[in-house]
Design a protein around this ligand. Sequence first.
Ligand code: ZN
Length: 108
Amino acid sequence: MAGLFDWKKQPAYQAYSSHSVRPDGLPPYEVDENGFYKVAPGELYCRAYDKENAICPNDRKQWQPSNLRHHLKTTHKYTLLDLPPGKANVVDAKKIDRKLFRNLLLID
Ligand SMILES: [Zn+2]
């Protein structure tokens, strides 16, 4: 549909979400100027790094993206940037952070 970005239908997302444990090489979270962590819609694996630069030991795929957001807030005490407006797996194409998706999922 015009104006909407359905991340769940992207082949790169389907490849990303097919792993039961975190794929190697995911970049650390970006943090905005207010200290809010940027989590892409649909993210399923924790990619938090600690002060010693070790990635989170929880490498299992989360049941759904909201579980990951909960994990980041409770375990890592992160404040997360709000998701772009939308419902289910479709977000406003103008509001989606395509760079974030590209970096994470290698979407063109
Ligand atoms: Zn974690």
